[in-house]
Ligand binder design. Structure first.
Ligand code: PLP
Length: 383
């Protein structure tokens, strides 16, 4: 049997990882500023995370949601404490798309309405409603086509207001990434998020904060939406939550009440996933990783901004993007093959940095040297 070939891949086989480094099967070391797509939050193979999963594996790995799982309660309490959303309710699932699917569905159950507002360049996942709210026609199969999603320009308060004026009582939810990831690192304006909050309040709609990529401390706050100083009704989370162990969830404001069987999943919230997620929160707290994300993120942005060829350096914490001019379009590839640095990309010609929140300043310094060297090589007359 062959693999179903849907992923364009780099010809590298990673066989070992530690902190912000990975090694291939030939022993070559790489600096990981991509984090396997914003997934590695506390660093690869963190010893506390490994031990907690190992210990749990010896006891019980899985049982269904038909019995009490005290680890879920422990996780909910810890998540409430670290995120500051102590009075929210946690529902656990398995992936970012599933988190958004559940959030959109729950909002519709709650309001009894069908319409969803999403924004240009959004990415919310590949399941049916999540992908319908994703602004990329290539991912939307005919079966996912729906009139229930209205796309508006990102950060356009007037368009949002006009849409609510026209459709007010039919809009069930507004879904927005605090910082768009796949869309190219676009930060939602604080005033735009406040406008979403106030229009949702006025018209009885649910504000869904997609924090799958920009959440879990990556921005320097637990949820990047928190910079706006208002709460969402539902936050979705996934990538950094398990540091690579598949676990995701939504947290739901207290005014939205649960009903039996409205949501559900076989694997979500299993013992092993909870152990991994608890280990992540314990390390984020103990090692003050949000503070580190602020500090190292600022260092990176400040130094990238001094490189004249790189335009529009943007982002928050350790979620950073910048535009690369056409003549340097091979920069990402050359960083990987010549400098042994993994970075992320977004089309066209955007480089994304999504490293572990434990990235050390000396690694950031090394990256700045590497990128300067590669730019120089690409601009040299031999090229
Ligand atoms: C903002 C956002 N939402 C949802 C998803 C989907 O997550 P998953 O791939 O875990 O389904 C992603 C994945 O990149 C994402 O960046």
């Amino acid at each position: 049997m062959n693999l179903f070939d849907v992923y364009p891949i780099n010809e590298i086989t990673i066989s070992k990882a530690k902190g912000s480094y990975v090694w291939d099967d030939k022993g070559e070391q790489y600096l990981d500023l991509y984090g396997g797509h914003a997934v590695i939050s506390i660093g690869h193979t963190h010893p506390h995370w490994v031990k907690r999963i190992e210990d749990q594996l010896e006891k019980i790995a899985f049982y269904s949601n038909s019995i009490r799982i005290p680890l879920q309660v422990e996780l909910a309490e810890k998540l409430g404490k670290v995120s500051g959303k102590t009075d929210y309710q946690l529902f656990l699932c398995n992936s970012g798309a599933e988190a958004n699917e559940n959030a959109l569905k729950l909002a519709s159950f709650h309001t009894g309405r069908k319409l969803v507002i999403a924004f240009s360049k959004s990415f919310h996942g590949r399941t049916s409603l999540a992908v319908s709210a994703t602004d990329n026609k290539n991912y939307i199969a005919p079966v996912n086509e729906t009139d229930n999603v209205i796309f508006l320009p990102f950060n356009d308060e007037d368009a949002l207001e006009a849409c609510f004026e026209e459709n007010g009582k039919q809009i069930g939810s507004v879904i927005i990434e605090g910082i768009q990831g796949v869309g190219g690192i676009n930060v939602a304006d604080d005033s735009f998020l406040r406008k979403i909050r106030s229009l949702c309040d006025t018209h009885g709609a649910v504000y869904i904060a997609d924090s799958v990529q920009c959440g879990y401390g990556r921005s320097g706050k637990f949820f990047s939406h928190d910079f706006a100083g208002v709460n969402a009704d539902i936050y979705t989370m996934a990538k950094g939550m398990g540091n690579g162990f598949p676990v995701a969830g939504i947290i739901v404001a207290p005014h939205i009440k649960p009903k039996h069987f409205q949501l559900g999943t076989t694997f979500g919230g299993n013992h092993l996933a909870c152990a991994a997620a608890l280990a992540v929160l314990e390390i984020i707290e103990e090692e003050k990783l949000m503070g580190n994300a602020v500090m190292v993120g600022k260092y990176l942005r400040d130094h990238l901004a001094t490189i004249p060829q790189l335009k529009n350096v943007r982002g928050r914490g350790l979620m950073i993007g910048f535009d690369v001019p056409e003549h340097l379009k091979d920069l990402k590839k050359n960083l990987l093959w010549n400098q042994k640095v993994f970075t992320g990309e977004a089309k066209p010609n955007v480089i994304r940095l999504l490293p572990s929140l434990a990235l050390k300043k000396r690694d950031a310094e090394q990256f700045i040297d590497s990128i300067k060297e590669e730019i120089q090589l690409l601009e040299s007359p031999e090229n």
